[in-house]
Ligand binder design. Structure first.
Ligand SMILES: [Zn+2]
Length: 461
């Protein structure tokens, strides 16, 4: 007896680019048959007219602060992820962890989680851990040594690699970043990096990240390429990355499907000169938290909020959408949310990224095919991470599945209401059980930690 059967749905076949009508059977958390599944099941979902895709893998997001869980459900961000079809998420990006990897993993081991979680260990987090609170100061040799030790410990505990947030810490020079990687040369960890500076500095910044891979030999995921180069430099940046790949370097990128970025107003991103850099004025900044929620800035308000509320998440409408689309279409770019919320406020990408690509870029604008887009949110990140059982609908694969209506799917989250659920997702199945039905969460403790030691990397198989 199967646990669950999904019949009449259309399954993406990544090799041919087609959608194929097929039934699938699920038992004990795995897909046990694809095609004609004769065995009866406890529960049957008729997915006629719908797409049955592998659960989305968000290779770049920002986890919650689990210690904050005093009121209600502490899994604020992961619940948004689950509702938009993400079943596996990668935390600890952009150099930032919101707690130690060990604390984060232990909490999930004990309590479960709405999604499966992997995590990077972040350089900026390590800097603070060893007492370098000054983002403008290079770390000392002694601090770097301590950070290496902490990074080794985090990787031993299951972190998948190191993440960097160069823009947030101008004090990090290339040598500091490379030195931190030193103990990991020749191992199977990966790097993910938020570049040093955007717009006119975009190409130099992309080249610096490529050089990190050239010098260390460790693979690199360039973070949210859109917010780095969608200011007229996308074409050139894509050529530079393709050149590096042709040279034999293991680099790729992720990108979220919006023309605005979001971060803390107190961060170095908004240092003097940023508006000249983007060729925008103060009203390009939207404040997302009280007492100024929903307000656009002028110079006076911008300076006041930056001083009085440096932790406030704000949205900056400064990028070009056609260049963001160009990035997402590139063969080495994955779709990822960069989702980040604080007290339920922030950028809608954390609740809308995947449905927005499938609804807006695929269906409404015809910029890429449905199967191409799905590959960028399933098979590609699975391969990059070494998640052998995920990223495709196949016998033996983990039963992480999204059932959606391709004619209806669209993001619901907006800059005014950034946690709104998307439309058109009928089911999200996680580890073989129904987690979401008709946009409502039924179970949100089905997810677990996936540690580096469980992954299968090329060459290790
Ligand atoms: Zn970032």
């Amino acid at each position: 007896m199967l646990d669950l059967k999904i019949v009449n749905g259309r399954i993406p076949v990544f090799e041919t680019g087609e959608l194929k009508v097929s039934d699938i059977g699920i038992k004990d958390g795995r897909i046990v048959c694809v095609g004609a599944c004769e065995e009866s099941a406890r529960e049957v979902i008729d997915a006629g007219g719908k797409v049955v895709a592998p659960g989305f893998i968000d290779i770049h997001m920002h986890e919650e602060v689990l210690a904050d869980g005093a009121n209600g459900d502490e899994y604020d961000i992961a619940n948004r992820m689950l509702l938009m079809g993400a079943t596996t998420c990668v935390a600890g990006n952009c150099g930032n962890n919101r707690q130690s990897v060990d604390e984060f993993f232990s909490h999930i081991d004990k309590n479960g989680s709405p999604v499966n979680y992997l995590s990077f260990i972040g350089h900026n987090f390590l800097r603070r851990s060893v007492g370098n609170d000054d983002p403008y100061r290079r770390s000392t040799e002694q601090e770097i040594k301590k950070m290496q030790d902490l990074a080794i410990k985090a990787v031993d505990k299951g972190a998948i690699g190191l993440s960097f947030g160069l823009e947030y810490c101008p004090g990090i020079d290339f040598e500091e970043a490379v030195e931190l990687c030193e103990p990991f040369k020749g191992t199977d960890i990966i790097l993910s990096a938020h570049y040093r500076k955007d717009a006119e500095y975009a190409i130099t910044s992309v080249k610096e990240l490529i050089d990190m891979t050239r010098v260390t030999g460790v693979p690199m995921i360039i973070s949210h390429l859109g917010s780095c180069t969608a200011y007229g430099m996308m074409k050139e940046s894509l050529e530079v990355i393709q050149g590096a790949i042709d040279e034999g370097l293991d680099v790729c990128a992720d990108c979220y499907p919006y023309d605005a970025f979001s971060t803390f107003i107190g961060s170095a991103v908004f240092d003097e000169g940023c508006f000249e850099l983007w060729n925008k004025s103060y009203d390009a900044i939207l404040l997302t938290e009280e007492p100024y929620r929903g307000m656009r800035c002028d110079e006076e308000l911008f300076r006041r909020v930056r001083k009085e509320y440096p932790e406030m998440l704000v949205v900056a409408f400064v990028m070009n959408e056609d260049e963001v689309i160009e990035a997402i279409k590139a063969p080495f770019v994955m779709v990822a949310s960069d989702g980040l919320y604080r007290k339920g406020q922030g950028h809608p990408r954390g609740a809308g990224t995947f449905p927005r690509v499938l609804g807006r870029f695929v269906r409404d604008m015809g910029e890429l095919t449905l199967v191409e887009a799905l590959k960028k949110m399933t098979l590609m990140p699975a391969a990059r991470l070494g998640l052998k059982g995920k990223g495709r609908i196949a016998e033996g694969a983990d039963a992480d599945i999204v059932v959606f209506d391709p004619e209806v799917i669209i993001d619901g989250a907006t800059f005014e209401s950034p946690v709104e659920a998307p439309k058109g997702i009928d089911y999200v199945i996680l580890n073989g059980k129904i987690a979401v039905k008709d946009n409502v969460i039924l179970r949100n403790r089905l997810g677990k930690v996936i540690r580096r030691q469980e992954l299968v990397k090329e060459g290790n198989e």
